[in-house]
Design a protein around this ligand. Sequence first.
Ligand code: G3H
Ligand code: ZN
Length: 318
Amino acid sequence: MGLTNLKELLSEADKGGYAVGAFNAVNMESVQATLAAAEAERAPLILQITETTIGQPGKPTYTGLEELMAMAKVLVEKATVPVAIHLDHGRTFASCKRCIDAGFTSVMIDGSLKIDGKTVESIDENIRKTKEIVEYARSQSQYVSVEGEIGSLGEISDSMSNAEKREMLTQPKDAKRFAMETSVDAVAIAFGTKHGPYKGKAVFELTVIESVNSVIDTPLVMHGGTGIPSNTVREAIKLGINKINIDTQIRMAFEKSLREVLASKTNDYMASLERAIEEGDELPVPKYDIRKILDPARKAMVEAIRAKMQLFGCSGKA
Ligand code: G3H
Ligand code: ZN
């Protein structure tokens, strides 16, 4: 089936009442793991890459756009499930354009924040920036989807005043104006989720999903998918979330596996060293093999992603 875009994937998800997982990849192993998980689960897939990973032209932060895209293209061409290649948290027109020109089938322009990635942007400026990308995307021969964001991601707590919460949470009337004036294919909304682990007791305003979903038809996106209780995820999907972003969970699975593999390697070596000393044998020579460390970590990422696909209800939907 291979390459598709967000609009195709999310309209199916909306009809089917499930969410498509969007999983961040930073290198060969994580690109391979996302595709392997989707094949194993027979699930549609959004393979996403952040601007912070590919950095700027000639100055990649980790893996360059060209290398990542080359790996993704080869694997997506062989895929038997539908896959969108998506820029996650694009901050500028230049970034989104660069990825569209490189063959991405979908981009997110995160116009909810100013370029510093922290200060809340005005809705007028958010709409202007988002429309600019939508126009460029629609000028392409192949359909390129655009995801926009309205509202500010971030933890809310019961100690916050209603005014403070209102400041962060997506307002239905803003979402309606945003969706109408930009005609994006997906809208990321804020209802208390944040990137990465939560500091305090996480509070989610699920009524925001319901009220936004009642005023716009555009599929809704949940960012900050790690660390949300499964029941809350299921409820959010029922209320209208059709795309869920996962990054930290994949990193956690990778790092946990590395630690376990390296610890057991050290234990095995120490045990054989002690045995050799006791028996007066030749001392063991430590062995080094990148594949023996990264392969289990890649498998751990596959399992973490498969579990999320099952939770989102997109398993078996390819
Ligand atoms: O855009 C990526 C996601 O929002 C990542 O969120 O790290 O909490 O899974 P997460
Ligand atoms: Zn995000």
